[in-house]
Write a protein that binds this ligand. Structure first.
Ligand SMILES: [Zn+2]
Ligand SMILES: [Zn+2]
Length: 79
């Protein structure tokens, strides 16, 4: 587990997606969106909002990361 300092959880219901949770892109690709920080590996579309698979609420992708360190900050901030 390389992500020991970052908790990923739904900002609304606190659901923590398992590694086998999958999201579907409008292009039809299915993948774990947290593996790619919200970028579809197929069409490279960047999803700024991520829908919870449990409560179905859309939240900004970076709100899913509950930092205990600053590691992902540079990944998530567009330049
Ligand atoms: Zn939720
Ligand atoms: Zn796609």
């Amino acid at each position: 587990m390389a992500s020991a300092t970052v908790n990923i959880a739904c900002p609304q219901c606190k659901w923590q997606p398992a590694a086998k949770a999958y999201w579907q892109c409008s292009c039809g690709c299915r993948w774990n969106t947290f593996d790619t920080v919200g970028v579809c590996p197929d069409c490279q579309h960047r999803w700024l909002d991520t829908q919870c698979l449990v409560c179905h609420t859309f939240s900004p992708h970076e709100d899913w990361y509950h930092h205990t360190g600053g590691l992902l900050g540079s990944l998530l901030s567009p330049r």
